[in-house]
Design a protein around this ligand. Structure first.
Ligand SMILES: [Zn+2]
Length: 252
């Protein structure tokens, strides 16, 4: 396996969520490859920091909820150290959001020591929130002629909506979201079991934004501008396929 592919799958690997052959292939790669093993250590470190620092800093009621979530995961997973899992970290991030602590994104940055720009955290947090708070879609349809008009009257711009089902990226619907202190469109696509949120808002012509791609906590995001709009696509889909998706959307 290529290192890039291994590193893209470390979160589900730690969750034990991959097909058994893939778990084995990644396991043997990790034994042989120091670079990928170091990435795995990073994931474990995130888990430990979460456990040791964040839970202690959380208010009492929230601590209980996080611990309860942790115990539930321990029951559900026979493999050890479930607090390392992406699912748990995402849950804890959502709990912090629900508890009204400022910015789970900043919290994730503090936890991982990453230097992600604030807006990237906003879109990442919005993505996690959409998955965990049952508000993924306000309009659920695979028909772009249903999803696109839904945004009219709710936003002062018209986000592009494409159905890319034949290319393997099925349109699922849309919702309004809140990113960088403004209302934005979120258009939802699926690649296999992976949800892709595409956040869109008008770009500022006086501040052109370079294209950007980055990974954080098992999520990948790409940003680009096109036709006067800023796009952020966020998913736990691997970066290669997310890049293909970006190319398809940009070309459409
Ligand atoms: Zn490697």
């Amino acid at each position: 396996m290529r290192c890039e592919d291994v590193q893209n799958e470390l979160s589900p690997y730690l969750d034990g969520a991959l097909p058994i052959e893939q778990q084995k292939a990644i396991g043997s790669h990790l034994e042989a490859c120091r670079r990928c093993a170091a990435h795995l250590d990073d994931y474990r470190r995130i888990g430990r920091t979460l456990r040791e620092k964040v839970i202690e800093r959380a208010p009492a009621g929230l601590q209980e909820r996080i611990r309860a979530g942790l115990e539930k995961e321990e029951h559900e997973q026979s493999r050890g150290a479930p607090w390392q899992s992406r699912r748990f970290i995402a849950q804890a991030a959502a709990l912090l959001l629900v508890a009204g602590l400022s910015g789970a994104g900043g919290w994730i940055a503090a936890t991982t020591g990453s230097r992600t720009p604030p807006l990237a955290h906003d879109v990442m947090t919005a993505h996690v929130r959409s998955l965990l708070q049952d508000n993924l879609m306000q309009v659920a349809s695979s028909d772009q002629h249903t999803v696109k008009p839904w945004f009219a009257g709710r936003l002062d711009f018209a986000p592009p909506v494409q159905d890319l089902a034949t290319q393997g990226f099925a349109l699922k619907g849309g919702r309004l979201d809140y990113v960088g202190s403004r209302r934005v469109a979120a258009v939802i696509y699926m690649r296999r079991q992976h949800v892709i949120n595409v956040f869109t808002w008008p770009s500022d012509p006086s501040h052109p934004l370079p294209s950007l791609s980055q990974s954080s906590n098992g999520y990948n995001s790409v940003r680009w501008t096109s036709g006067g709009m800023v796009y952020w696509a966020v998913s736990d889909l691997n970066m290669k396929e997310l890049g293909e998706f970006q190319a398809l959307l940009s070309a459409a």
